[in-house]
Design a binder for this molecule. Structure first.
Ligand SMILES: N[C@@H](CCC(=O)N[C@@H](CS)C(=O)NCC(=O)O)C(=O)O
Length: 226
């Protein structure tokens, strides 16, 4: 059975949502990032990079959200985590978009939420946050113009990209990014939240958050869209 190492509200929630969408059994284990558990000897044996998510299947560990999601998409095609395209060239679009989330948006979001993880110079924190906000504002324009004409990133059909985008903008919002200036994104968020797989993952994360005493903080990112 797959075993997911995660932290409630972290980018690992995208992987958890994918597993819920697939619907097979899996086990999960929260790694308390607030307490530095990601640097414990036990966890570094699982993922020497000290990050979540990590998905262990048959004693093999996959890390990096796009790699895990792409693996799940290929292994469980019926779940339609990404649109199925006829040629490898056309299929690369799903990977491209997931890499955008992980390598550009995730970094900008982190600059907004945790500028202190980029510099030890406390006088530079505002500058780091402003730089992240500028990158994310452009991305939010891109998301909003695309989502203004359709419900989901790929048009008529939900995909795991919608959840990945949700994670980036909800986390940016938690860090003070003015999401209310993007009503189209606010509406997209409500659609993502209403998906049953999202709700199941959310409940499972909530349980994990309670187990480490962090349910208040966990709820903040999702409550912006009420
Ligand atoms: N490139 C990785 C990034 C993973 C990542 O940065 N995860 C964060 C949580 S959102 C983490 O584990 N942070 C712990 C730390 O940096 O100490 C991915 O896309 O999966």
């Amino acid at each position: 059975m797959p075993h997911l190492f995660h932290f409630p509200g972290a980018c690992s929630r995208v992987t958890m949502n994918a597993l819920e969408e697939i619907g097979d059994d899996y086990t999960d284990e929260p790694i308390n990032l607030r307490r530095g558990q990601q640097q414990s000897d036990d966890y570094l044996r699982v993922n020497p990079k000290g990050k979540v998510p990590a998905l262990v299947i048959d004693n093999f560990t996959i890390t990096e959200n796009p790699a895990i999601l792409y693996y799940l998409h290929q292994t469980y095609p019926a779940a339609q985590l990404l649109p199925t395209r006829k040629t490898p060239l056309a299929s690369s679009i799903g990977l491209t978009d997931m890499m955008w989330c992980s390598s550009t948006l995730h970094i900008a979001v982190r600059q907004i939420l945790r500028p202190d993880s980029f510099t030890t110079d406390t006088g530079s924190l505002d500058g780091v946050r402003r730089a992240g906000t500028a990158v994310f504002a452009k991305a939010a324009e891109t998301m909003a113009s695309r989502l203004a004409t359709c419900d989901w990133w790929y048009g008529e059909t939900w995909s795991i990209l919608d959840v990945y985008l949700y994670w980036t903008y909800s986390t940016a919002g938690k860090g003070g990014f003015l999401l209310r200036e993007f009503p189209v994104i606010m509406e997209h968020a409500r659609r993502v939240q209403s998906r049953p797989s999202f709700q199941r993952a959310h409940a499972r994360e909530m349980q994990a958050a309670a187990s480490v005493g962090l349910e208040q903080d966990f709820a903040r990112a999702d409550e912006q869209f009420r």
